[in-house]
Write a new protein. Structure first.
Length: 233
């Protein structure tokens, strides 16, 4: 399958803003950083998924932490009931009170990210939703997710991605342990696929250091480069 453009969405790769009094509103302590932020930030996905020299590939990286604004959440997301909508109000025992004026500004950052995605998407494009997940969530190395609707990638694209990762030694899950993919509203059709990489597949155990391991035939970044070369125009 050849796409008119590939757009890489990286919504959770940053930790910026956590100490900004105009953005954060969290009571930050050692546990919050070490057990929550370190666990749920998509470390090094900006290295794994972007930097490819191709006119047909664009990257949209959200510059703030998901604990400032979760640029991936839906408008009126069901997780809002748990305090984990676009602007988190609670997370793992921590609470956050955001003044209404500041909340409007933070929601504006969500709109800004969605608009940037829409500006890069076009008819016949593929949006790749790029993430990582904590190793304790699953023994799957790479999760490929998609929506079962108009945005679902064609069978050829899904099989190509699955086969490529499996051939290089990675265990692949389909919509497991995560499902669905980002789909900003656009006046045209495009496809969307999520790639979630288990942190154990590319990080040294218990660290944020990139792994240099012979356990896999190729590292994640090399496999991604091959996949993008096969998908891009």
């Amino acid at each position: 399958m050849q796409y008119t453009r590939i757009v890489l969405n990286e919504p959770h790769a940053s930790i910026e803003g956590l100490y900004d009094n105009q953005l954060s509103f969290w009571n930050i302590d050692e546990r919050f950083i070490n057990e929550i932020v370190l666990k749920w930030t998509d470390w090094h996905t900006d290295f794994l998924f972007h930097g490819y020299k191709s006119e047909g590939i664009r990257t949209v990286r959200f510059p703030y932490s998901r604990f400032i604004v979760d640029a991936e959440r839906l408008w009126n997301d069901p997780l809002e009931q748990l305090g984990q909508g676009i602007v988190y109000r609670s997370f793992d025992g921590y609470t956050r009170t955001v003044p209404e004026r500041s909340k409007r500004m933070l929601l504006g950052l969500w709109h800004w990210h969605q608009q940037r995605l829409r500006c890069h998407l076009r008819e016949g494009a593929l949006l790749l939703d790029c993430h990582s997940f904590p190793s304790e969530m699953s023994d799957v190395d790479v999760c490929i997710g998609f929506n079962e609707d108009w945005s679902q990638p064609d069978k050829e694209t899904i099989e190509m991605a699955v086969n490529l990762f499996e051939e290089n030694g990675y265990k692949v899950g389909i919509n497991n342990p995560y499902s669905n993919s980002e789909t900003p509203d656009c006046p045209f059709l495009y496809q969307s696929m999520m790639l979630e990489v288990n942190k154990k597949a590319y990080l040294e155990t218990g660290t944020l250091r990139l792994k240099n391991s012979l356990h896999y035939r190729r590292n994640i970044r090399e496999v991604m480069a091959i996949l993008l070369s096969k998908l891009s125009v």
